[in-house]
Design a protein around this ligand. Structure first.
Ligand code: SF4
Length: 391
């Protein structure tokens, strides 16, 4: 984890510290290295996360000399929006360009008085879950804490949501976008700290959810550093099926994963916590009544609620979405056994709904653009003409 002691080392003008991603403790460490009082951390965090200010000049409660010093050693740099799609149902999805040019996704899903932001933690993913569009893109790198919290910052900014009286743009965050959050532990923990910190986004720990596919050793450490809600991407009622669709299960099988998740919620002072079990329904793979009955046995007496997610198809996925009847049958078996079960309604149907798909499309367009460039370069057409042709 980045410690305050390590911050000054990276604060030379060539690589300024990005204050956007610093947790409160890190921000206090940063100001103490500048010889400033701790309350400066509080002032600057509020400017960044409450008011959306990126320019030190606008931080009017800081003296001129401090503003100039900050200009020299620090920056406030959210990632950039590369593409945005708005669905008729209000869902907004962004492809976000991070340092080095890679793309990740964030999605805001409004629902009544809630608005849930789904946030990415890595560029691509190494876990290769078989039904996942992101998994097919491979792993490129971890996101920094600034790039993770920057997705929250951008979502609010995109609605001009910094002004008071407009209501909250983001009421809930789920770490369920691209990547496995527990494989980017330090940066995810720092970003979740900011999500729940009153000096930043002030969300309750119940409204921030980390979703894991089952990195058990990291999950075993999480309670030491965080108290957010937990979701487990189970997707199967037994190891034989899960081994096929969630390869990390071969290392950390279901029994180990469920035991670790239980230890996490048992470690929380609030004893009413439950684990959200995510279960993507894949036609003919894990959606049969016998799978539902097996799931009931597996989760008997387990403190959980179950979220069923009918598969969102994407090109060349190799899987099919189950019929409405199959989903209902599955749901009924669980409900009859006394479980609390929700079925995720499909949102953003008219935009690229499956996680990782928008990035795939933007990358495709970028590759198309590169191909155009190569082709027209070879034929002597200028780059400017080529862009015109492309559009
Ligand atoms: S489902 Fe999550 S953990 Fe699995 S490959 Fe996709 S992004 Fe990675």
């Amino acid at each position: 984890m980045t410690t305050p002691e390590t911050l000054i080392a990276s604060s030379d003008p060539a690589s300024k510290v990005n204050l956007l991603g610093l947790s409160r403790a890190q921000m206090e460490g940063f100001f103490s290295q500048l010889g400033e009082k701790r309350f400066r951390a509080e002032q600057v965090m509020k400017w960044i996360h409450h008011h959306g200010v990126r320019d030190f000049e606008q931080m009017t409660n800081l003296g001129r000399s401090l503003r100039e010093r900050l200009e020299q050693v620090a920056t406030i740099a959210p990632p950039e929006i590369a593409d945005q799609q708005d669905s008729a149902d209000g869902t907004r999805k962004w492809a976000i360009r991070v340092a080095g040019g890679a793309l990740v996704e964030a999605v805001l899903i409004p629902e009544g008085d809630r608005a849930t932001l789904c946030v990415s933690s890595q560029v691509g993913c190494s876990l290769d879950c078989k039904f996942c569009s992101t998994g097919k893109q491979g792993f490129q790198r971890d996101l920094t804490s600034a790039e993770i919290i920057g997705q929250v910052w951008l979502a609010i900014d995109s609605y001009d949501g910094w002004q008071s009286g407009k209501g909250r743009v983001v009421t809930n965050v789920v770490m369920m976008g691209m990547g496995e959050p527990l494989l980017n532990f330090d940066n995810v923990v720092a970003a979740m700290d900011l999500m729940t910190d009153d000096l930043a986004y002030g969300l309750s720990k119940r409204k921030v959810t980390l979703s894991t596919s089952g990195v058990v050793p990291a999950l075993d450490q999480l309670a030491e550093f965080s108290d957010v809600s937990l979701a487990v991407s189970l997707h199967a009622p037994n190891d034989a099926v899960r081994d096929q669709i969630v390869p990390i299960n071969r290392r950390y099988p279901i029994a180990d994963l469920l035991a670790s998740a239980r230890r996490y919620i048992d470690a929380q002072p609030d004893k009413k916590r439950v684990v959200t079990i995510e279960y993507t329904l894949l036609a003919g793979v894990n959606d049969q009544p016998e799978h539902a009955r097996e799931l009931c046995e597996l989760l008997e007496d387990y403190p959980c609620k179950i979220n069923l997610i009918p598969f969102n198809d994407f090109p060349n996925s190799g899987f099919k979405r189950p019929s409405g009847n199959a989903v209902s049958r599955f749901w009924q078996v669980l409900v009859d056994a006394g479980f609390i079960v929700t079925v995720r309604t499909t949102r953003g149907d008219d935009i690229d709904a499956a996680c990782g798909q928008l990035v795939g499309d933007v990358v495709d367009r970028t590759r198309r653009a590169a191909r155009y460039r190569e082709r027209y370069a070879a034929s002597g057409v200028s780059a400017a003409n080529m862009e015109e042709l492309h559009h």
